[in-house]
Design a protein around this ligand. Sequence first.
Ligand code: ADP
Ligand code: MG
Length: 146
Amino acid sequence: MEIMLPDLAAMERWGMALAAALRPGDVVALNGGLGAGKTTLARAIIAGLGHEGEVPSPSFAIIEPYEDLRFPLVHADFYRLADPSEAEELGLDEYREGGVLIAEWPQMAGGFAHEPGCLSITLETADDGRRAIVEPGADWLGRVPC
Ligand code: ADP
Ligand code: MG
């Protein structure tokens, strides 16, 4: 499934729609190179869940938890992990408990696509905007907003 996101407004709208569809246990795996728009989409989702205030890029901290939403959410950027086992050392499983993970560079943490709750999104540049290639896990069938 492909979704065109020609500008930031489209990105924000889709992020809002994804936020409305999210359930505890889900993973939003954000693939794509540097500057693809992963953090921008993560911000739109987190804002769509009702978070007020900043959504820092977790590129330095790696893990950024949110506890003010309708379920726990952790936004992670695994780019700097040297080895997938480091994700466990960060306490990722505890952060994910009963909530949602939004993961940039998911493959650096071993990947999540085998989980039925994983929505894999690959962002690519398309003209001045972005294209999202969406691969839903079994739990996402009929739930992906477009
Ligand atoms: P990443 O986290 O993938 O490295 P960012 O989310 O930091 O990328 O985005 C990089 C740049 O792309 C930002 O300047 C952002 O404004 C821009 N951008 C993101 N989504 C879109 C879009 N749909 N259309 C146009 N520009 C976008
Ligand atoms: Mg980023």
